[in-house]
Design a protein around this ligand. Structure first.
Ligand SMILES: CC(C)(COP(=O)(O)OP(=O)(O)OC[C@H]1O[C@@H](n2cnc3c(N)ncnc32)[C@H](O)[C@@H]1OP(=O)(O)O)[C@@H](O)C(=O)NCCC(=O)NCCS
Length: 204
């Protein structure tokens, strides 16, 4: 079934300091930014080495993977930009990170999305991941009816875990997740979600 969803270049979710918007494969700025972000040492340490090493590869990824997510779910990986002042337009703001709600590609998908984030090393420790994730969760609940959300992170990744805690998720133990190739991950969930996470399709 085709989707009628079309990402708007002027759409943004506003928070106090940030703007959250769609990525576009034809934007050189977006492609170069994604390439830079995913090739920082900090990113590779927690998320692994990426195959996105050129602007062209970033563009293909945005076109075929990220926009497929937008079309399938109405959410996916968003660009986070820092506003120079409270009433700045998207064009005036500077890309500093990503925030995402992802559900994977069927059949490798759970029934509810997980929240994720990544920021340039020089912009971390300023509360931006927390601010962006809270704004995206509120938008997804209000506009898309998404009220069950997971958070996954490496079992020793204390910074990510701290963000998940600060945005109100609860630690639900460690599990080997098929979506991460059977790697042991820390699993977090919104407090009102069932204690039996298999009802959301999570691995036994
Ligand atoms: C994890 C990450 C997104 C955190 O972003 P951030 O904007 O720094 O997050 P916040 O500032 O909202 O909160 C991070 C928490 O970790 C702490 N923290 C962040 N960076 C830190 C550092 N270098 N040293 C010590 N503590 C740090 C902060 O103090 C804060 O906790 P606090 O409020 O108790 O002080 C960022 O470090 C990053 O992009 N890392 C690489 C990609 C990644 O790991 N993504 C997650 C994969 S699941």
């Amino acid at each position: 079934m085709g989707s009628l969803f079309e990402a708007s270049p002027t759409f943004s979710i506003e928070s106090e300091r940030l703007q959250i918007s769609y990525f576009f494969p034809d934007s050189t700025e977006h492609c170069l930014f994604l390439m830079k972000l995913w090739n920082t040492e900090e990113f590779m340490k927690t998320c692994g080495r990426t195959s996105i090493t050129t602007a062209e590869k970033a563009s293909n990824f945005l076109r075929h993977r990220v926009h497929a997510d937008y079309a399938r779910n109405n959410y996916g990986m968003f660009l986070v930009s820092l506003k120079p002042h409270a009433h700045a337009s998207l064009a005036e703001s500077t890309p500093i990170g990503t925030v995402s709600l992802m559900r994977g590609e069927p059949p490798n998908a759970y029934l509810v999305p997980d929240i994720g984030y990544a920021f340039l090393p020089e912009e971390t420790g300023k509360g931006y991941a927390t601010e962006a994730a809270l704004a995206l969760l509120a938008y997804a609940k209000r506009e898309l009816g998404v009220d069950s959300v997971f958070g996954f992170c490496g079992k020793d990744d204390t910074h990510s875990a701290r963000v998940l805690e600060k945005i109100g998720l609860e630690f639900r133990g460690q599990r080997k997740l098929k979506v991460f190739g059977g790697k042991e991950c820390a699993v977090w969930a919104l407090p009102k979600m069932s204690q039996d996470l298999t009802v959301y399709g999570l691995d036994d």
